[in-house]
Design a protein around this ligand. Structure first.
Ligand SMILES: O=C(O)c1cc(=O)[nH]c(=O)n1[C@@H]1O[C@H](COP(=O)(O)O)[C@@H](O)[C@H]1O
Length: 235
């Protein structure tokens, strides 16, 4: 059964048992899951099989950023592992993204979504200035998202604060994956460009990546259920 919820729960754990305990409490009809650098570096690709066996769609978030050949080959390995979504950094440039998209297309039966990270949701204007980018986060996100679309990406990772402008400019089919989601009252942590789940969906986000507000809650399942209810998701 395909998942009707836009929520992707980030399984950011340094220990396999903790990640699997959380996954076993979650229901694949109520969310997807994300495997990121912390968990993957600790436990390796076997986690993908474990989560697939539980029925989850998996976002493999390794944010590849390297020369075109290396990134395209890494994307191919991810697609062959059957992940639902994989990401690369848009700042790796057109040639890197095109090589990835072309390689993915050449894999028979692959239907993995290829998504480009624009400006990390933990960054604000001052962080961008320090790395030599004298644009607002929104301007830089727009620039990278245009490049990502014209390089064959299925969508981008951005903050929900940019979803509205990207949805208007790039069309409703261009997939907007938005971390930095914080239900009212939850701790902002290291995220700078945040929005509530309801605001994010209203702004045009397709998928909401949520880690700590769910995984570190006293009752993670209650929070997930509440967000799905607030979004009107019928399970
Ligand atoms: O690609 C990502 O998933 C990502 C991109 C980005 O710009 N910001 C961002 O927070 N993420 C990831 O989304 C998750 C957010 O987690 P929380 O801040 O705990 O909700 C983490 O796993 C991050 O690695």
């Amino acid at each position: 059964m395909s998942c009707q919820s836009p929520i992707v729960v980030a399984l950011d754990y340094p220990i396999l048992e903790d990640a699997m305990n959380m996954a076993q409490r979650l229901d694949p009809s109520q969310c997807r899951v994300k495997v990121g650098k912390e968990l993957f570096t600790r436990v390796g690709p076997a986690i993908l099989d474990d989560l697939h066996k539980l029925g989850f769609d998996i976002f493999l978030d390794l944010k590849f950023h390297d020369i075109p050949n290396t990134v395209a080959n890494a994307v191919a390995v991810a697609a062959r592992a059957g992940v639902w979504m994989v990401n690369v950094h848009a700042s790796g440039g057109r040639k890197m993204m095109e090589a990835s998209a072309n390689t993915l297309q050449s894999i028979q039966g692959a239907n993995t979504l290829l998504i480009a990270v624009t400006v990390l949701t933990s960054m604000d204007q001052q962080d961008l200035a320090e790395i030599g980018i004298d644009l607002s986060p929104q301007e830089h996100v727009q620039r990278l998202a245009r490049l990502a679309k014209s390089s064959g990406m299925d969508g981008v990772v951005c903050s929900a604060q940019e979803s509205s402008v990207l949805s208007h400019e790039l069309g409703k089919d261009f997939c907007l994956v938005t971390p930095g989601i914080r239900p009212t009252g939850s701790d902002q942590g290291d995220q700078k460009r945040i929005m509530t789940p309801t605001e994010a969906i209203q702004a045009g986000s397709h998928y909401l990546v949520m880690g700590r507000p769910i995984t570190q809650a006293a009752d993670p399942i209650a929070i997930l259920r509440q967000v799905n209810t607030d979004l009107g998701v019928v399970i």
